[in-house]
Structure formats: C-alpha cells, structure tokens
Design a protein around this ligand. Structure first.
Ligand code: NAD
Length: 465
C-alpha cells in the first residue's frame, strides 16, 4: 500500500465521518462537514519532512553521500514516534507513508504518541560495523534538533537493531550534555535502559492479533450472534473445525527477521490450536516442508544476522529438513495462514488471485495494496491490517519510555502482560466493530476508529475552525 493509497483511504473515511450525524456531537450537517474537511486536510498532509545527506568515508568507495530522512506526520495525540530503517529501497514517499501509518497506529491503540518515521538509503549488509557506527552517529547529528524525549522518539525498524539504537543514544547524549537522554530512543539494549522483550514484542503481538481472534474472540462468539461478516466468519469457523478434527493449521511466514522470526516461533509453539509452520522466507530463499519446519533450529541458525540456509550443506548444518524454493513462492504456497513480515507492496493486483491463504496478517507495514485488500474482502479472506497487528513494538516502546522516566526496569513478564492487555483491548474493539458491520474492510474499520480519535482531539484542541 503506497502513500497515495493511504491518503485516499483517509479521504474516504473522513468523508464518511462527515456524514455521520452524531459524530463529534455536531448536529448541524454543514458545520460537521466543514470540521471534517479541515481534519481531512490536516491528516492527509505531513507536518515536516526533513531530508539530509550523510557523508561517510568508506573503506571500499571512499566518501559516499547517503540520503537520510526524518518525517514527522502529526503530533495531535502526543510526541512524534516511529522507527528508523536502513534499506536500499528507502525514499521520501515511503518514509512519509510509514509516518502516516504510525500516527494512525498510535491513535488506534490509544498510545500518547503521534506519528513519525526515519530512513537511511543504505543496504546495511554492504557496510562494515565501523561504517554503520559512523552512519548512525551522523544521522543523529543531522537530525539532533528535531528529535528528543519530549518531541520525537525514534526506534529500530527494518535493517536496524538495538546495537544501532545504542550508538544513536550515545551520540544524542554527547550532543545534549546534561539533558535526559534515556527516553530519546526506544528499542535500546536492556543494558542501556531498554525494555526486556522489546525485540520480540512486534512478532509476538502480530501472532497474538490472529491467535486471539481464532481462539478467544471466535470462541466467545461461537453461536454466531452479532455476526454480519459471514464469509470471514465462515473462514474462522472452518479453521477452528480443521484444528479440532486434528488437521494442523498451516502457516507461512515471509521475512525471518525481528518480526517474522519471532512470529514464526510463536506459531511453532502455539499450544491452543494445532499449528504447523510449513514455509518461511527471507530476501533470498523460501524454505518449505509440508510436515512442518523446525523453526527453533532456523532461529538458532540465523542468529547474528545470518540468512536462512539455502543449500543442502547449510540445511545439514542447521539440522533442518526442507525444500529450497524461489523467494516469491512463500506468497502463493498452499497454506491456511500467511504472515507478511518483510517489506511493503508484496501482494497487489498482479498476484492477489494466486494467494491461497485464507488469513493474512500484516506484521510488516503496508504489504498489501488497497485493491488486493478489497479483493480479499470479497473472497472471505481475513486480512488483519498492519496498524492493528504490528503494534506490539510501539506498545512496549511506550513502556520503555515510561521506565526511562523512573529509571526502573520492568520484568519481561510485566512487559508481555502489559503489551498483551493493551493490544487485546484494541483487538476486541476492532473485531467487535468489523464482524458486526457490513461492507468495509478491516483496514477501513481500523482507519475509522483511528481517525475518529484524531479528529476528536483536533476538534477539542481547537484546530478545526
Ligand atoms: P528485519 O530487518 O529484522 O527483517 C526483515 C526480514 O525480511 C529479513 O529476514 C529479510 O531477509 C527479509 N526481507 C527483506 N526483503 C525481502 C524480500 N524482498 N522478500 C522476502 N523477504 C525479505 O526487519 P523487521 O524489524 O523484522 O521488520 C520487518 C517489517 O516489520 C518491516 O516492514 C517493518 O517496518 C515492520 N515493523 C517492524 C517493527 C519492529 O519492531 N521491528 C515494528 C512494526 C513494524
């Protein structure tokens, strides 16, 4: 889903809200349309786009100039918040799209944050540790006036991790001596004030968004009352029946990093219903085994940034039995559930009809186009959208930011319990609304709940006259 699609969906939802007679308590239709029109303009556009070039001296190519971005979309619901990604595909439109999605995600989950995102146009695998350290420090130097614990709080994302965040915090502290610095970034190592379980939180939350729907939510609605979304409901019922009949629910996972690796492990270890991870992939390889892959061994093998095993010798070394398939096969493999945990724009008009999974979960941001989303809705496929599914990381980031203010470490159990509790509240709200309504996709339901909150805040803050 591209920036233009995100903005188009905001437009559609805001136009619908403008016609809802009780919205914001404004009875006068003209006034309500005016107020919603103003909110639409504010939320469709971005507060600030900062672009800079980082210059670093590399061993191989001498001085290189690297485009770097920080985009601050909106802060009506709190300080700007969003990760920094290092990827050779980073561009301004993509970073802006991700910043908008952060605003919507934080509002949906009622976190006291607005939305931002950062990006550096590099393939981190092509740089030495020393060069990455320089790039990270220069990023903070370039954007130091725009970030900070009470203004804009970055975190890791695709291609970045706690090591990079620790370097960035170190540089922030050097630039701002004597100022509080622990809350300037989240996703730090535990030794450096990070939250226990932060790295795993997004993958765990992603799987929870599905497992809670299948097990808890469907269980409490087993008699089907209040259900108007019959095709999607039948999909869930069929899956539950399949597991109860002793036939494992098959899961495929695209991406085997922070999000995908952990989500795959959650599926592998899930006890309530019988699940089997039949395929996983990274940027080079899809591994497939119809009887299930040993995810634990694959996690062990890929520790320290190694790619998935991709030939016989490597599979032997990993102790894993699997067929090696082309990377794109993970999307169209015969499976019941597909977790997308790699990058944007993976399922679109050209391949949507080849997807066999009946449940799609967006661990990554924006992997499914709007057109494909509408197609899946018509087909009865359950699509759990990014701003709902992948919020575990930012929820734990909030706990990390809170703990930085009291300099006290929460236990991993407290973190997971807090994260799950907060996510489940939002999951319930979205699933109750979506399954009892007709017509809209689950993404539109999420956008609606989020934009209701953002518009209400803008209105209360007196911004919509
Ligand atoms: P990561 O860098 O740890 O892992 C990315 C994985 O995707 C790797 O296995 C990589 O090989 C694979 N990949 C990259 N390009 C691919 C391609 N073209 N085809 C198949 N696989 C490919 O990144 P991550 O932190 O796991 O993030 C993954 C996604 O989740 C991103 O979209 C990110 O924005 C989103 N996300 C991450 C977090 C977080 O807390 N890390 C939070 C919310 C959303």
């Amino acid at each position: 889903m591209k920036r233009t699609e995100t903005q188009a969906l905001i437009e559609t939802v805001m136009s619908d809200l403008a016609e809802r007679s009780s919205f914001l308590g404004i009875e006068d239709d003209e006034k309500r349309r005016f107020v919603c029109g103003s909110a639409k303009e504010i939320l469709k556009t971005t507060d600030k786009v900062i672009k800079s070039y980082i210059r670093v001296s590399t061993e191989k190519d001498g001085i290189v100039r690297i485009p770097a971005y920080r985009v601050q979309h909106n802060n009506i619901s709190g300080f700007y918040k969003g990760g920094i990604r290092f990827s050779e595909f980073v561009n301004e439109a993509e970073v802006e799209n991700l910043a908008i999605l952060m605003t919507l995600k934080n509002a949906l989950h009622r976190l006291p944050y607005g939305g931002a995102k950062g990006g550096v146009h590099v393939d981190p695998r092509k740089f030495t540790d020393k060069e990455l350290n320089l790039i990270s420090k220069k990023y903070v130097q370039r954007f130091s006036r725009d970030i900070g614990p009470n203004h804009d709080i970055p975190a890791p994302d695709l291609g970045t991790n706690e090591k990079i965040v620790d370097w960035m915090v170190g540089e922030f502290k050097t630039i701002h001596p004597g100022e509080p610095y622990l809350g300037s970034f989240t996703g730090k190592s535990v030794e450096n004030g990070g939250a226990r379980g932060r790295r795993e939180a997004t993958g765990r939350g992603t799987f929870l968004s599905y497992s809670w729907l299948l097990d808890q939510w469907s269980g409490t609605h087993a008699n089907g009352t209040d259900i108007n979304r019959h095709k999607q409901w039948d999909t869930l019922k069929t899956l539950r029946q399949q597991a109860e009949d002793g036939k494992a629910i098959r899961v495929a996972v695209q991406g085997f990093g922070n999000v995908g690796g952990v989500a795959a492990l959650e599926a592998y270890q899930y006890m309530e219903y019988n699940h089997r991870v039949v395929a996983v992939s990274d940027r080079f390889t899809t591994l497939y085994h119809e009887d299930g892959l040993d995810v634990k061994k694959l996690i062990e093998y890929t520790k320290n940034g190694r790619d998935l095993p991709s030939n016989r010798e490597q599979l032997l070394e990993a102790g894993v039995t699997a067929q090696v398939k082309p990377v794109e096969d993970v999307l169209t493999i015969d499976t019941d559930v597909l977790i997308l945990a790699a990058i944007e724009d993976q399922i679109h008009q050209d391949n949507m009809e080849d997807v066999k999974a009946k449940v799609l979960i967006e661990g990554a941001n924006a992997p499914i186009s709007l057109e494909a989303d509408d197609y899946f809705e018509r087909e009865g496929t359950v699509v759990i959208p990014d701003i709902l599914a992948n919020a575990g990381g930012v929820i734990v980031s909030y706990l990390e930011w809170k703990q930085s203010r009291v300099t006290e470490l929460f236990t991993e159990e407290e973190i997971i319990e807090n994260m799950s509790k907060q996510m489940i509240e939002t999951l319930k709200n979205v699933y109750d609304t979506y399954f009892s309504s007709v017509g809209q996709t689950m993404r539109t339901t999420c956008f609606t709940l989020s934009l209701e909150r953002l518009t209400s805040l803008l209105y209360r803050h007196g911004k919509l006259f």
